[in-house]
Write a protein of this length. Structure first.
Length: 179
């Protein structure tokens, strides 16, 4: 979901720029707000999963990511779009490390490598399919429709993980250092 969004957005940016009448600098913030927040908080997201439960944090991340995607689709202007993209980064920072940690905890050692390899392959496939899907949506509907892929995927991820993924935590999770 997080990887697909970045690939879709690359195709939607020119249409967004034309529709909203934004500068090149603002386009950089629309794209970069997500990446900046994601990178800044990814280790925190992993630590939260270890401490509070990987599935729980993954589900919260998917919910934030999906809701922020809807916010992006409905954003009336650049400021809200940038804020919504930053919120997507928060969701992604919970979602991405949580997904890998869930795989690590859910599979025995002999199957773990295959599961992580499949995760990586699907992430790569999302990066390849994203521009095609994004281009189709931008051309046929609107750039706003490109943001409505993630909410559907978030609902599916929440439903599947809530039903089929056992909760797990790090055996000796350290307390969060918030000083």
């Amino acid at each position: 979901m997080a990887f697909l969004d970045s690939a879709v957005l690359n195709v939607a940016l020119p249409a967004m720029q034309n529709d909203l009448g934004v500068s090149a600098r603002e386009v950089q913030w629309i794209y970069g707000a997500y990446a900046l927040v994601l990178a800044a908080l990814m280790l925190v997201g992993g630590a939260l999963g270890d401490h509070f439960g990987r599935r729980r944090v993954f589900v919260v991340g998917a919910a934030i990511f999906g809701a922020a995607s809807v916010w992006c689709a409905l954003a009336p202007g650049t400021g809200q779009l940038i804020a919504a993209r930053a919120a997507m980064g928060i969701g992604g920072a919970l979602l991405v490390p949580g997904s890998l940690a869930i795989l690590g905890a859910s599979f025995e050692e002999e199957h773990r490598t295959k599961a992580i390899g499949l995760w990586a392959a699907l992430s790569g496939a999302a990066m390849a399919v994203g521009p095609l899907l994004g281009g189709l949506l931008v051309e046929e509907v609107s750039w706003r429709a490109a943001f409505l892929i993630s909410p559907a995927l978030a609902v599916a991820a929440i439903a599947v993980s809530s039903r089929h993924v056992p909760e797990s935590r790090a055996p000796r999770a350290r307390s969060l250092d918030l000083k």
